[in-house]
Design a protein around this ligand. Structure first.
Ligand code: SAH
Length: 348
């Protein structure tokens, strides 16, 4: 049956509505459990495949609901490190990119949460794509399910680090986390999920109070307000000190370290005075720092510091007692490294 506009996306339909619908079909609520099982555990592509449901019910479900809101269009594999960038198409033809990052036993997925991004960080290609719309929880989940099916293996780690600002799509992102962690859904531990934000303070507090317990990463990138405002014009309206206070609240509430992401831009934010202030600001609660050497984006004038400066910056932090790691760029040749998910997503 061809998709039509009156169709609702199955996973974006509240469970109660589904129960009601099943009732009108003379079916018990246990059918919902069967459907969720096919969807989350058995890689069903259609309702038709759900062979232990009555045939009539399968037909009505097929007409009424869109099971998978995304369709895989193509994928590109890095020749350097095996990273794969997937391109999906939503039912309104918008494109969504997701990056699969295999690293021995660790299989991470870098999920997108919006089409485009409103945040305009000066060093990020996603900020060059005008914000178009939020992704729904089902569209976020479908990135995982479709890649799991294509790869024939399950991801071990989920990263909200693709296109978009996850905390600017709070309701759908939190709903997707509920599906990722619930036993009806993917049953993953929240400790395997990392949400990266440009620093929306009210939502960071809310996420802590909502007991989501996912790991939090904050794209800090600068330790002085004037510089941060220049680099991150929208998110920068929250002061650095306030942001770190929110991070502390999150760390203490979830009893887990907060990661600070710090992009290194040559002769912009890579001075000893920056390392010094960073180490000073994040004292007093569990944390770590991930240094991200800038990945070049055509048309953006920043430069990556030479390796020597990167290592020196790491050392400045290390001697001040900060646990500090350098993030290796992945999928550079297919535009999949941090900050590169940009306009190329527009072509499928
Ligand atoms: N909007 C969220 C999620 C995106 S995560 C956030 O800002 O955290 C993507 C990470 O890559 C962020 O830390 C982002 O700041 C970083 N990034 C963006 N552009 C980059 C670039 N050109 N090189 C390296 N890292 C970049």
């Amino acid at each position: 049956m061809a998709a039509h506009d009156s169709q609702k996306t199955f996973l974006d339909t509240p469970a109660e509505t589904l129960f009601e619908f099943l009732k009108t079909q003379g079916q018990g609520a246990f059918r919902a459990q069967q459907i969720y099982d096919w969807f989350f555990n058995r890689d069903a592509a259609t309702f038709e495949e759900m062979s232990d449901l009555p045939a009539g019910l399968r037909t009505v479900l097929e007409e009424r609901f869109r099971l998978h809101p995304l369709r895989q269009r193509r994928k590109e594999e890095s020749h350097i490190d095996g990273t794969i960038r997937y391109f999906f198409e939503a039912h309104d033809h918008d494109t969504v990119s997701t990056v699969f990052l295999p690293d021995q036993d660790r299989l991470s997925l870098c999920l997108s949460t919006q089409v485009g991004c409103a945040y305009k960080c000066q060093f990020c290609a996603s900020g060059l794509v005008p914000f178009k719309r939020q992704l729904s929880a089902a569209e976020i989940l479908d990135q995982i399910l479709l890649i799991r099916k294509d790869q024939k293996r399950s991801p071990t780690n989920l990263l909200f680090m693709g296109m978009g600002e996850p905390l600017a799509n709070y309701t759908q992102v939190v709903q997707s986390i509920r599906w990722m962690t619930s036993s009806t859904g993917l049953g993953m531990s929240p400790s395997r999920i990392t949400l990266s934000t440009s620093g929306l303070i009210p939502q960071i507090i809310r996420l802590a109070d909502d007991h989501m317990k996912v790991k939090l990463a904050i794209s800090l990138h600068a330790v002085r307000d004037e510089l941060r405002l220049k680099m991150m014009p929208v998110s920068g309206k929250f002061g650095v000190r306030q942001l770190i206070k929110a991070a502390k609240y999150y760390a203490l509430k979830t009893k887990a370290p907060v990661t600070f992401e710090y992009i290194l831009l040559h002769e912009v934010n890579d001075f000893e005075i920056d390392a010094n202030r960073l180490a000073y600001l994040i004292k007093g609660f569990p944390h770590k720092v991930n240094l991200i050497p800038y990945n070049s984006i055509p048309g953006i004038p920043y430069e990556r510091p030479p390796l020597q400066s990167i290592l020196r910056f790491q050392e400045w932090l290390r001697v001040r007692g900060v646990p500090v790691f350098i993030r290796k760029p992945k999928g550079l040749d297919i535009g999949s490294a941090c900050g590169q998910l940009g306009a190329a997503t527009a072509k499928i």
